[in-house]
Design a protein around this ligand. Structure first.
Ligand SMILES: Nc1ncnc2c1ncn2[C@@H]1O[C@H](COP(=O)(O)OP(=O)(O)OP(=O)(O)O)[C@@H](O)[C@H]1O
Ligand SMILES: [Mg+2]
Length: 213
């Protein structure tokens, strides 16, 4: 499902080059759940952004669902991401001007997903927010916001979910809750999940862990 070959990312800093990430090969199977662990600065976000085509590697290839993402032009990469990849961020990036339901509907719109309204409602219900459709993000708890952001990421039925420390700002209970939802959605939809986390305990719930150093 996801294949990284001879991948390297360097940034130029102070006139020199710093290599922040290097992989000879990383293969992630369809439906596999993978935790990326590593200290702050080890390259977790960089890796997720390269899989999602938000960032190009300095060398090497990224394949997602058989498509060499690294060969696509920017607009084609944006289109590919919208259609096949769901993204979940630590700070959720919900739009305050819109209700929970509208945030999820916007996700459906941008992924080009036909079902829209009914799917958005059903997903919010499935994720345990049947009474929160019309609340705005600031009227929701952190755990509830995480679930709205998860619904928005999943409403387009992506084959891949990329999550960057999605539970980093939550307390223990909400963290377990949101992780459980991510992993059960992965199983029921055969969706591949790549999730960056600082949390060793959380990482144990995934099929596999990759440690970056
Ligand atoms: N645009 C950039 N220019 C130069 N260096 C960068 C750039 N983006 C990231 N880096 C460096 O690359 C390294 C990896 O950063 P990255 O954000 O991927 O780490 P991370 O594992 O996600 O950290 P955290 O756990 O704090 O989120 C860091 O040393 C960072 O300073
Ligand atoms: Mg990061």
């Amino acid at each position: 499902m996801i294949s990284l070959q001879n991948l390297r990312k360097t940034f130029s800093l102070h006139g020199g080059e710093a290599t922040v990430l290097q992989f000879d090969s990383l293969e992630i199977a369809e439906g596999e759940t993978l935790a990326i662990v590593g200290a702050s600065g080890s390259g977790k976000t960089t890796l997720l952004n390269m899989i999602g085509g938000l960032l190009l590697p300095s060398f090497g290839e990224v394949f997602v669902n058989g498509v060499e993402v690294t060969q696509l032009k920017e607009s084609a990469r944006d289109h590919f991401r919208a259609k096949h990849i769901g993204m979940l961020f630590q700070s959720f990036h919900l739009l305050e001007a819109y209700s929970a339901l509208e945030n999820v509907e916007l996700g459906a719109f941008f992924s080009g997903h036909a079902g829209k309204k009914e799917d958005a409602k059903k997903l919010l219900e499935d994720l345990g927010l049947p009474l929160h459709f019309h609340r705005h993000p600031s009227q929701l708890s952190g755990g509830q916001q995480a679930r709205v952001a998860l619904a928005r990421a999943l409403v387009g039925r992506p084959k891949v979910l990329l999550a960057d420390e999605p539970t980093g700002s939550l307390d223990f209970e909400a963290r377990e809750d949101v992780l459980g939802l991510i992993l059960s959605m992965a199983k029921s939809r055969k969706m591949t999940v790549v999730c960056a986390t600082h949390d060793e305990h959380a990482a144990q719930a995934f099929d596999r862990r990759v440690v970056l150093s």
